[in-house]
Design a protein around this ligand. Structure first.
Ligand SMILES: [Cu+2]
Length: 117
């Protein structure tokens, strides 16, 4: 393995740290377009971790084979969904933090929404 000058290594580590630290801006979309499918009262494919930048927007479509209510905590948005129906949410991501998207009556977490400052 070639010898890497200490200064070059330090510079490389600094760049890596910047990239890792700034990763939020490149990997977090300002527009979140998400779909959740509820099957047998549970999120198909498991609980999703959704991310969006604060100040961005969220478009969320939930399709459910169970009649229930979809609740987005923090934003306190509720929508009824009929059996075999769809609930659509469009809202600005103006509160940062972590929020549970829940199938309310079943008390089943469908997704975790992270709004990054
Ligand atoms: Cu709830």
């Amino acid at each position: 393995m070639p010898r890497i000058p200490r200064a070059a290594l330090a510079a490389l580590l600094a760049v890596t740290a910047v990239l890792a630290g700034g990763g939020g801006s490149s990997s977090t979309p300002s527009k979140l377009n998400a779909t959740i499918t509820v099957e047998n009262g549970k999120p198909k494919g498991g609980v999703q971790n959704l991310k969006v930048k604060k100040g961005g927007s969220v478009h969320l479509v939930v399709t459910s084979d169970t009649a229930d209510e979809i609740h987005i905590h923090g934003y306190d948005l509720h929508k009824d969904v009929a059996k075999g129906g769809t609930a659509t949410f469009d809202f600005p991501a103006k509160i940062d933090g972590g929020f549970v998207i829940e199938l309310e009556n079943a008390k089943e977490t469908l997704a975790n929404l992270a709004v990054e400052p």
